[in-house]
Design a protein around this ligand. Structure first.
Ligand SMILES: Nc1nc2c(ncn2[C@@H]2O[C@H](COP(=O)(O)OP(=O)(O)O)[C@@H](O)[C@H]2O)c(=O)[nH]1
Ligand SMILES: Nc1ncnc2c1ncn2[C@@H]1O[C@H](COP(=O)(O)OP(=O)(O)O)[C@@H](O)[C@H]1O
Length: 205
């Protein structure tokens, strides 16, 4: 019996598009997908929990993680560091479980170098005006940060071309269904089964 490696799924998209919201619904609906918890130097928002939303780190502790090669990738985003703990990702995939990394575009491109077989999904807003509305309504950013995130968003949206799938987050439930459909189809890719299949065909009856 072979354990097939799990899928590595990367979900990116501009701040406020709904990555966190969509992921939390996916998390509830699909317990067979594991979520990678990132390390960050950003301060916790109200309601965010250490080890669930992020591992909150000082800049010194984060730099130590980089030096120890503990991060699969890391990037600076709007003045803070964010990074993916490497070991958890490697172990999860080796165990045959699928994992989602919710990370920004620079980090996603680094992951693509290590895992070209990864599945890269880009969540896009119905419009830039709607994106701005969502960030304002979330109520977590001051005016300066809102502008910085909107500027970052425009740059990030240009990176869609490096991704495999573009999912519009018009309605949360629809966006979740689209992502589930992608995962379901990717699980059935023939490339995942061919090595084992050829082995089976050699077995004596
Ligand atoms: N490269 C990288 N980006 C991350 C990681 N974790 C989170 N991010 C991204 O960092 C950006 C800022 O995240 P956050 O401060 O939580 O703000 P939000 O996206 O507006 O909720 C988002 O694009 C996240 O997807 C990580 O481990 N690595
Ligand atoms: N499809 C949607 N329609 C309307 N509002 C949404 C939708 N998806 C998310 N939101 C809202 O937009 C805001 C930003 O969502 P969030 O998940 O924090 O985004 P991100 O993690 O990408 O920064 C939140 O207030 C959330 O409730």
């Amino acid at each position: 019996m072979f354990v097939q490696k799990g899928l590595l799924i990367v979900l990116s998209g501009p701040s406020g598009v709904g990555k966190g919201t969509v992921c939390s619904v996916l998390r509830k609906e699909q317990s067979d997908i594991v979520y990678s918890v990132s390390a960050t130097t950003r301060s916790p928002r109200i309601g965010e929990v250490e080890g669930i939303n992020y591992f909150f780190k000082t800049r010194e502790a984060f730099q130590q993680m980089i030096q120890n090669n503990e991060l699969l990738e890391w990037a600076e985003y709007v003045g803070n560091y964010y990074g993916t703990p490497r070991r958890f990702v490697e172990e999860t995939i080796q165990q045959g479980k699928d994992i989602i990394l919710e990370i920004e575009v620079q980090g996603a491109l680094k992951v693509k170098q290590t895992y070209p077989e990864g599945i890269f999904i880009f969540l896009i807003p119905p419009s830039l005006a709607e994106l701005k509305n969502r960030i304002i309504h979330r109520g977590t950013e001051n005016d300066e940060n809102l502008i910085r995130r909107m500027n970052a968003a425009k740059e990030e949206l240009k990176m869609l071309k490096y991704y495999d799938y573009a999912v519009v987050n018009d309605e949360i439930s629809k966006a979740v269904k689209r992502i589930q459909a992608i995962i379901e189809a990717e699980r059935l890719r023939k490339e995942r089964i061919l090595p084992y299949y050829e082995q089976w065909l050699k077995e004596e009856l």
